[in-house]
Design a protein around this ligand. Structure first.
Ligand SMILES: *[C@@H]1O[C@H](CO)[C@@H](O)[C@H](O)[C@H]1NC(C)=O
Ligand SMILES: *[C@@H]1O[C@H](CO)[C@@H](O)[C@H](O)[C@H]1NC(C)=O
Ligand SMILES: *[C@@H]1O[C@H](CO)[C@@H](O)[C@H](O)[C@H]1NC(C)=O
Ligand SMILES: *[C@@H]1O[C@H](CO)[C@@H](O)[C@H](O)[C@H]1NC(C)=O
Ligand SMILES: *[C@@H]1O[C@H](CO)[C@@H](O)[C@H](O)[C@H]1NC(C)=O
Ligand SMILES: *[C@@H]1O[C@H](CO)[C@@H](O)[C@H](O)[C@H]1NC(C)=O
Ligand SMILES: *[C@@H]1O[C@H](CO)[C@@H](O)[C@H](O)[C@H]1NC(C)=O
Length: 816
């Protein structure tokens, strides 16, 4: 026994490092870590040791997850070319990394140490502290103060104002070189400080200032089931941080120079992979300053950049060729001889401009802020510095306003200085801005139009579907389902009276639809998918998660899904005015839809489709656009429904060739109907049909005339060639239309239904054409599949072209 004891002691003396070879989390002055040995945090979460990045023979000191391979969360900035590296803590309390006698890396601590130890904590923080000291405030040094490319829960991004040190997250140079790259997330200490992704000295993406709730440029940053976030601003420190709601979740945020992105990952234990939970930049509108001064970037716009209202492109030539850098100038320059006469225009739903030249006073309210701004001719805009509650604090901008972007339904308000003559009597407050297009145009429900551009005064009702989201959070769920908006079956059963037949409001090819009402009073539509889907549950959930994120005012909002054994249901917001086909093809009801309303519907559908086609994360081809898939809200605004359903249902994912043909007779592009070839251009075709239907009030397929045209398209085409296109217009809108507008719409419609997909315009051009007066190309002959109906080229051979009052969506497998 004694002998054994002696052996152990001897071993410890002779080979001091043996002590740390088993799970030890601390070293003291007498110990060291050499290559091949590790420190393991007490709970076994993190490991400190030496590693080599992929394709590199160099050795680095780093920290990684004990149970997750190859995920380095921190690295010391120093490379060693062999395995002779050794880490010690010396008696002034500094970590020293040596290769033989050469010091490769070391830390500096401002404090004097007596008996320092280095410890790896379960948070992933490597700290140097006095042996007896446990107060985190008194650490001599900690790796959390020196982030590399990863921010773990509890780390900070911002500034320590006492020491003048910045906490910034910096990418590796490359996957095989962990030394700091030039892509980083940092904070610029302007009066109104803001966060940027920088590429070297260039601003790459402006995340924006903290506005009390979130970064101004990330308004969709929302409370979530995984982590809480916080922004602290005091005289000593100013930083952003986040912490876990449940310590069992593993998440990290990483800067990546290779892809120029930052990603938040969540570890999915079951499947052993890092799932991307959030990513940025989101889209082109995040590109710094893309629209120049006084331009605003709008991802759902007809083009990315628009000028602020009452501003025009500085160079319209550059602007029209998508070169927006020069930005916009005022239609009426400011004169400021009598500055108190100036007014402010409220711009809603934006990311506030670059804050380089700002001034902040947190004690002032909005009205005081206005007066303060008014009194200084170089103050160009103001708003609340904190938007929580009713808003508080004052921030003012001096000089040109740059890098604004507009969000749909979210974002904050900005008040921009204008010459008084540019605004009407009222100031500051939002009013309905009315643009008289023509004396004959009536106003419908207070909505007015200029081209396709509407001025929106309503904001997204943020309380929508709260009960569902809470319900979902309470479920806990597996990590995989964390951002899947699951709706409990019990909620659906209560809301729809157990999917009772009296609540059934429709039936499409994918299954029946029921109306329901949540306890909160919100009305929903529940679509029960028929069981023939070939898609696995995981794919189904993944698709729902993607589709749920698509939000646009012209898309019906998918609230969530419900999965019950074999049954799958989708829950949507409910649209009070039903579907377009019920109104437009009914001779009496269609009187409700005068020309301005119809034009609004056309433009709205175009914008919704544009969003589906060019949203940066996900390109959705609708594949079944038709009048019955356009729903109308209480103000008769159009919203496209059933988008993404082909994906959800398990059709092919992107453009290409599909075995499963999904679509509706009469709306299908010839190449899609015949060969299953679908693309954004087949959607454009369907849009063109829809457009002609809206103008004529007639279905493309139930259309017969004396001249034996098989359908509306051929009829429109023959009238067009004879210069009599206007004859196809629905007599119900005779009193309300503007000839040039209707004519233009017919023209655009015919361009959309051209036989060859490559001739058809893409949706960005369609939206542009509808809203402008530019010259349009002459349409070529339209295509429609009936014409090619010889032989066996189409799966529809033999179908007769009869009037169908109840359109049926086709989902069939092509016989092979
Ligand atoms: C490592 O090298 C292989 C072979 O040259 C290459 O395919 C791979 O992309 C490299 N990995 C990294 C991270 O550079
Ligand atoms: C490693 O670096 C040291 C000093 O920088 C140098 O003397 C040595 O030759 C290098 N060894 C190898 C294998 O490159
Ligand atoms: C500890 O290491 C640091 C960094 O190499 C050095 O500046 C300091 O003098 C060392 N202290 C002692 C007592 O050797
Ligand atoms: C954290 O999550 C685990 C596993 O999902 C669960 O068992 C535990 O109860 C949760 N803890 C808290 C405090 O919610
Ligand atoms: C960075 O992005 C590249 C390319 O997308 C990827 O291969 C790499 O793993 C990423 N690096 C990190 C640290 O996530
Ligand atoms: C500014 O307005 C005043 C008064 O309306 C006018 O006399 C003056 O010419 C204007 N100055 C400029 C530069 O437009
Ligand atoms: C207006 O504000 C700017 C920027 O803060 C300041 O330099 C200037 O002196 C102010 N002018 C007046 C008249 O107060």
């Amino acid at each position: 026994m004694d002998f054994l004891y002696f052996l152990i002691i001897a071993a410890c003396i002779l080979i001091p490092s043996l002590k740390v070879s088993t799970a030890v989390d601390t070293i003291d002055l007498s110990q060291s870590i050499s290559d091949g040995m590790t420190l393991v945090s007490q709970g076994g979460k993190f490991v400190l040791g030496f590693f080599s990045p992929e394709n590199s023979s160099k050795r680095y000191l780093g920290i990684w997850y004990e149970n997750i391979p190859q995920t380095i969360v921190w690295v010391a900035n120093g490379a060693i070319n062999d395995s002779s590296g050794i880490l010690t803590v010396n008696n002034t309390g500094n970590l020293v990394l040596r290769q033989h006698d050469r010091v490769v890396w070391y830390t500096t601590s401002g404090k004097q140490a007596q008996n320092p130890v280095a410890q790896l904590l379960d948070s992933g923080n490597l700290v140097v502290r006095e042996e007896r000291e446990t107060n985190s405030e008194s650490y001599l040094w900690q790796s959390f103060d020196y982030p590399s490319d990863t921010i773990l829960p509890g780390m900070k991004l911002g500034w320590n104002l006492r020491t003048g040190r910045e906490w910034r997250m910096t990418s590796w140079k490359s996957p095989s070189d962990p030394s700091p790259g030039d892509f980083y997330w940092g904070m610029l200490l302007y009066n109104y400080p803001e966060f940027y992704l920088m590429k070297g000295t260039e601003k790459f993406v402006r995340v924006g200032p903290w506005n009390g709730l979130h970064f101004s440029g990330i308004p969709d940053q929302m409370p979530n089931p995984i982590y809480t976030y916080n922004y602290i601003s005091s005289k000593d420190e100013i930083y952003y941080t986040y912490s876990l709601k449940n310590d069992t979740v593993i998440t990290r945020m990483v800067m990546n120079q290779t892809s120029s992105t930052y990603n938040r990952y969540v570890w999915v234990e079951d499947q052993q992979f890092w799932k991307v939970y959030k990513t940025g930049p989101k889209d082109n509108c995040d590109t710094y300053g893309i629209c120049g001064p006084y331009g605003t970037c709008k991802i759902t716009g007809s083009q990315l950049c628009e000028c602020l209202e009452k501003f025009s492109p500085k160079s319209s030539q550059a602007w029209n060729s998508a070169d927006w850098n020069q930005g916009c100038v005022r239609n009426k320059p400011l004169n400021c001889t009598d500055k108190l006469k100036d007014k402010f225009m409220k711009v809603e739903g934006v990311k506030v401009p670059d804050t380089t030249h700002t001034w902040v006073d947190e004690t002032l309210g909005l009205e005081e802020c206005r007066i303060k701004c008014l009194n200084n001719c170089s103050c160009m805009a103001y708003t609340n510095s904190d938007i929580r509650g009713a808003g508080s604090g004052c921030v003012m901008w001096f000089g040109d306003l740059i890098d604004i972007r507009t969000f749909d339904g979210i974002g904050q308000d900005l008040y921009v200085r204008m010459d008084a003559s540019e605004l009407g009597e009222q100031e500051g407050h939002k009013k309905e801005v009315i643009i008289i297009v023509s004396a004959t145009i009536a106003t419908i429900f207070g909505m007015l139009l200029i081209g396709c551009y509407r001025i929106y005064t309503t904001r997204l009702n943020k309380t929508d579907s709260t009960d569902i989201i809470e319900c979902n959070e309470n479920r806990g769920g597996s990590e995989d389902d964390l951002d899947l908006p699951l709706v409990d079956l019990s909620i659906i059963i209560t809301a729809t009276d157990n999917l009772s037949i009296k609540n059934k409001i429709g039936k499409g090819g994918f299954g029946p639809v029921y109306k329901g009402r949540l306890v909160s009073g919100q009305e929903i539509a529940v679509k029960k998918l028929s069981r023939t889907s070939r898609q696995g549950m995981r794919e189904f959930k993944n698709e729902v998660k993607l589709i749920v994120k698509l939000q646009h005012r012209n898309l019906v909002k998918l609230i969530g899904c419900c999965v019950q054994e074999q049954d799958r249901m989708l829950v949507y917001e409910y649209m009070t005015n039903g579907s377009l086909d019920q109104l437009i093809f009914d001779n009496t009801k269609s009187k409700l839809l005068d020309w301005p309303t119809r034009f609004n519907i056309i433009c709205g559908v175009a914008r919704g489709l544009l969003y589906l086609h060019q949203d940066s994360r996900l390109r959705i081809i609708h594949r079944d656009l038709k009048a019955s898939n356009v729903l109308l809200d209480n103000l008769l605004n159009p919203k496209i429904s059933d988008f993404g359903i082909a994906r959800i249902f398990g059709g092919d994912q992107t453009e290409g060739n599909t075995e499963r043909v999904v679509g509706t007779y009469g709306y299908m592009a010839p190449e899609y109907a015949a060969d299953g070839l679908f693309s954004v251009k087949s959607d454009v075709f369907s849009f063109g049909i829809l457009l002609l239907e809206i103008i004529s009030g007639k279905r493309n397929r139930g259309f017969y005339t004396a001249n034996h045209c098989p359908n509306l398209v051929t009829h429109a085409w023959s009238l067009w060639k004879e210069g009599r296109a206007i004859e196809m217009v629905d007599s119900n809108i005779e009193g309300s239309y503007i000839l040039s507008e209707v004519f233009r719409c017919i023209h655009v419609g015919l361009l959309c239904v051209q036989q060859h997909a490559e001739d058809r315009p893409a949706m960005p051009s369609v939206v542009l054409m509808l809203g402008s007066e530019s010259e349009l190309a002459e349409p070529k002959e339209p295509g429609f599949y009936v014409k090619n109906n010889q032989g066996k080229t189409t799966p529809f051979t033999g179908q007769t072209d009869t009037i169908s009052t109840n359109e049926i969506t086709i989902t069939l497998l092509e016989a092979r």
